[in-house]
Design a protein around this ligand. Structure first.
Ligand SMILES: NC(=O)c1ccc[n+]([C@@H]2O[C@H](COP(=O)([O-])OP(=O)(O)OC[C@H]3O[C@@H](n4cnc5c(N)ncnc54)[C@H](O)[C@@H]3O)[C@@H](O)[C@H]2O)c1
Ligand SMILES: [Zn+2]
Length: 357
């Protein structure tokens, strides 16, 4: 098992990653002061069915606990479920010493973290991620829910006490979810670490390679890179924006497809290819990436996307200002920067890109 220490201006905490990392849970809870009165596990039905008992087994006889399950899917990161979690916590008498365990992928991490961040003005929580994508979401302290007007519109910054990443929990992930999470690993490599990118290119040639030592390396290096960025810019005033590489178009595609038929990371993969196509210096890198993604089974760009609707969505991106869309681009691997584009110019480039991809 590996341990990574996350340092942010507001809090330092450990991430335990590896087979059976869940066995750390009792120890982590015992080390907290004040000792928790009780523990609330929040999970979704899929993950609950598979792993709730493993988590409960770590708590049995040591801690009093309750569990609350919500339906799976990003649409469940909603006010209604937020309210239901808060009501459940109140009914079960959670107090300011209680601890919430977020058992699941990024959806659960975000909503359970937001419940913890706001229940009685904020109680402690522990992330127990169960997807590859969650290497990204479990670290950094962003929590929240969706509003019908937009994803992740309501939330707070709230850092966990610890992240316990039991890689044995990942063995049941469906293929599209493996691809979704691995796209974020590729993103971390591209924005920050050329040698890690080369390592991935060489060693991950099929999704089956994403296990054991390689999986552990992907998660730990991905988390380290995210930590390096976030520790310098916890509240996204500057370089944290680089983590949005591939996301300006990625989010627009997800939105256009109503968050169905494509996973977040698969959409981000298209966004990364588009970003790389924009500059002469990275066109070849983009072509190589495209071939590799194809070999890994990533879907081709969805047909019938409306360029003008995509551009409209990109204008609403949190980084956009008026008609200017700020794109994260690379000078080369490991060297991201922000490039402002006029919407009208980007529309032309996107039309061309969608024709070719
Ligand atoms: N807070 C952040 O910094 C941050 C960063 C990136 C993404 N996010 C958020 O993360 C969410 C996406 O996370 P995700 O991709 O993990 O999605 P998810 O949590 O919805 O999980 C994807 C699917 O996989 C299932 N699942 C989870 N673990 C499983 C396992 N071990 N075995 C079998 N099935 C399993 C889930 O039930 C769900 O159906 C989005 O809401 C996004 O906004 C947050
Ligand atoms: Zn992402």
């Amino acid at each position: 098992m590996k341990q990574i220490n996350i340092t942010t201006p507001s809090k330092n905490y450990p991430v335990y990653v590896g087979e059976q990392a869940i066995t750390k849970l009792g120890e982590v809870l015992q080390s907290l002061t004040p000792a928790p009165k009780n523990v609330l596990i929040i999970t979704d039905h899929n993950v609950g069915e598979l792993y709730l008992k493993d988590v409960q087994a770590e708590l049995d006889q040591k801690f009093s606990y309750e569990s609350f399950q919500i339906k799976p899917g990003d649409s469940q990161k909603s006010f209604e479920n937020y309210y239901a979690c808060q009501s459940f916590a109140l009914e079960k008498g959670l107090d300011r010493t209680s601890v919430i365990l977020a058992l699941g992928g990024g959806m659960i991490g975000d909503i359970a973290g937001f419940v913890a961040g706001t229940y009685m003005r904020g109680i402690r929580f522990i992330q127990i991620p169960t997807t590859i994508l969650a290497h990204d979401s479990a670290v950094g302290g962003k929590t929240g829910i969706n509003h019908p007007e937009g994803k992740n519109m309501i939330g707070v910054f709230h850092q966990p006490e610890a992240v316990i990443y039991s890689t044995d929990f990942l063995s049941t992930l469906p293929e599209n979810e493996i691809r979704s999470g691995f796209a974020e690993v590729i993103k971390h490599a591209l924005i920050a670490d050329p040698s890690f990118y080369e390592y991935l290119r060489k060693n991950i040639t099929t999704l089956n390679d994403l296990k054991d030592e390689h999986l552990l390396n992907c998660l730990t290096r991905g988390i380290e890179i995210k930590n390096e960025v976030v520790s310098q810019d916890e509240r996204e005033k500057g370089i944290r924006a680089f983590l949005n590489f591939g996301h300006t178009l990625g989010h627009a595609i997800e939105g256009e497809l109503r968050y169905k038929d494509i996973t977040h990371g698969e959409a981000v993969a298209h966004g990364m290819l588009f970003a790389l196509s924009l500059k002469e210096e990275t066109i070849q890198l983009g072509k190589n990436l495209k071939r590799w993604l194809h070999d890994l089974g990533y879907p081709t760009t969805p047909k019938n996307l409306s360029v003008s609707s995509l551009i409209n969505r990109m204008k609403k991106d949190k980084k956009a200002a008026g008609r200017t869309i700020n794109m994260v681009l690379l000078e080369q691997t490991g060297h991201p920067y922000i490039a402002p584009y006029q919407a009208i110019d980007l529309e032309e480039k996107l039309t061309e890109f969608l024709k070719e991809n």
